[in-house]
Design a protein around this ligand. Structure first.
Ligand SMILES: [Zn+2]
Length: 319
């Protein structure tokens, strides 16, 4: 659809979503040529959560969708359904069809980055990205994750360690691998890393096949919502019974991201023990530091555990 098409016209409706770099890595105002005006699309590549639209002569556009970004193609004969929050439109002609590629992003956590060549992209924006999650092997995964003492959930979300795992999938992956999100990364066993790698591949493949997890108004390249949300085992189900053991799922914050897990099924490897008592006023249990190992200061302050008081509640960290 896109590959082989020539970009006839480009319209950038919102300048601050586009960022352009020259060969020497310096920043410049985005021109229509940077957004591939007049170029023929040769290929599309993906690494982690980023996609590139590559032209035949070198220049490329790197697209990051962020939380709410959408990139979709619409044949010329069809109207653009959603016009609000559309930031860039490319008009394309191919031998068989013509249409528009649309970048839309209501919350603007995503954006467009243009580079004069693949080398420039790899030397700058992609230089610190970890291996792609879909193809990472168990040994590489273990080597990279065991270099850190951060909680496994925080490490999985770090795109510099492994690229392509977002918040929803991190929870689903850890539930499937039966690993507690606060397990310390370098304490997880080799066997569990093998399981983790398998689970990462299978969950991401299933999610891609299902078109992703539509939680707000995400749509795919054809304008269709994803259906993976129907298969969520833990994400979006706090306080509901675990589908495996029936125990109530818990919700905590790890690096400011909501994290849902089963305290029964997900084993903790060398995690923190609860130091603070329950807060009688709010009824929440708050953990702000570790007893076993002291991570970097910014990590300790970024973890907060909350759990409702209940007679049946027992600390998941006592095992
Ligand atoms: Zn369970």
């Amino acid at each position: 659809m896109l590959v082989g098409a020539r970009v006839r016209q480009v319209r950038l409706l919102r300048r601050d979503v586009a960022h352009s770099f020259t060969c020497d890595g310096s920043y410049r105002r985005t021109r229509r040529r940077d957004l591939l005006l007049g170029e023929t699309i040769e290929s599309l590549t993906r690494h982690g959560k980023e996609l590139t639209i590559n032209s035949g002569t070198g220049p490329l556009v790197c697209v990051h969708l962020g939380m709410s970004g959408q990139l979709w193609y619409r044949p010329s004969r069809l109207h653009l359904q959603r016009r609000n929050h559309v930031h860039c439109i490319w008009w394309m002609d191919s031998p068989t069809s013509s249409g528009r590629l649309v970048f839309r992003d209501p919350r603007r956590f995503g954006g467009l980055w243009t580079f004069p060549s693949t080398e420039a992209l790899h030397a700058t924006r992609w230089s610190r990205l970890g291996p792609d999650a879909l193809s990472i092997g168990a040994q590489t995964l273990r080597r990279r994750l065991s270099q850190t003492r951060r909680p496994i959930k925080a490490a999985l979300l770090d795109q510099h360690i492994v690229a392509g795992i977002g918040n929803i999938y991190a929870d689903e992956i850890l539930f499937a691998a039966q690993i507690h999100p606060l397990s310390i990364s370098n304490s997880i066993s080799a066997t569990d890393y093998r399981t983790l790698a398998k689970v990462i591949h299978s969950i991401l493949r299933h999610a891609i096949a299902a078109g992703g997890s539509t939680t707000h108004d995400y749509i795919d390249g054809h304008g269709r919502p994803g259906s993976f949300a129907r298969h969520h085992q833990v994400y979006g189900r706090p306080l509901q019974p675990c589908l495996r053991c029936g125990r109530q799922l818990q919700s905590i914050k790890v690096v400011q991201r909501t994290t849902i897990f089963c305290p029964q099924c997900q084993r903790i490897f060398n995690g923190p023990r609860v130091r603070r008592p329950l807060d009688n006023r709010t009824g929440l249990r708050t953990v702000t530091d570790y007893m076993d190992k002291t991570p970097a200061k910014h990590e300790a302050s970024s973890i907060r555990i909350t759990s409702p008081i209940g007679n049946k509640y027992s600390s998941p960290y006592s095992r």
